[in-house]
Design a protein around this ligand. Structure first.
Ligand code: FE2
Ligand code: FE2
Length: 171
């Protein structure tokens, strides 16, 4: 544990930060798997564009899990050791894909990103002025989640418009 590094944390218990980071860590693994499996099962129009976006996001969520695990260790905590803990500690849960068409898959993913944005936004508020290192890290992750939502929404809107125009031209 980084003794001097952790001594600069003030106004919050380190165990509280570790608990919050572990919850986010659970979310990231579940988000990673959701993107991973969505990229495998999705089908329909413009599928290739959707698969490459989902694959990129999966890699980002895994990178976030990595950042969180390293910070938890720096703080003297232990990242969740058993996948069963992911379901007990998650903020955002896991949305098993039920419909595999690209539009439904994108809608599920957008919902997940919106939950991630809320989670990191409250985490940023909690550690602000108390733990600068965690603050910088969660701010960066929050910026990624905002970008994820935007990318998915843009793709969703493009595909919806494309389908709408095809239907119109077939009438
Ligand atoms: Fe993430
Ligand atoms: Fe994300």
């Amino acid at each position: 544990m980084a003794v001097r590094g952790n001594s600069i944390i003030k106004g919050i218990e380190i165990s509280e930060i570790v608990g919050l980071l572990n919850r986010a860590y659970a979310d990231e693994w579940l988000a990673y798997y959701q993107y991973f499996i969505e990229s495998k099962v999705t089908k329909g129009i413009m599928k290739d564009a959707v698969v490459s976006e989902l694959t990129l996001h999966a890699a980002d969520e895994l990178r976030h899990a990595n950042l969180l695990a390293d910070r938890i260790l720096q703080l003297g905590g232990t990242p969740l050791l058993h996948p069963q803990e992911w379901f007990k500690q998650t903020n955002c849960g896991y949305d098993e894909p039920k419909e595999f068409d690209v539009v439904a898959i994108l809608q599920d993913s957008i919902k997940g990103e919106q939950c991630a944005i809320s989670t990191y936004s409250s985490l940023v508020d909690i550690v602000k002025d108390k733990d600068i290192v965690t603050y910088n890290m969660v701010s960066q992750i929050l910026a990624d989640e905002v970008e994820h939502e935007e990318d998915l929404q843009a793709l969703h809107d493009d595909i919806s418009e494309f389908i709408f125009n095809i239907k119109k031209s077939l009438q």
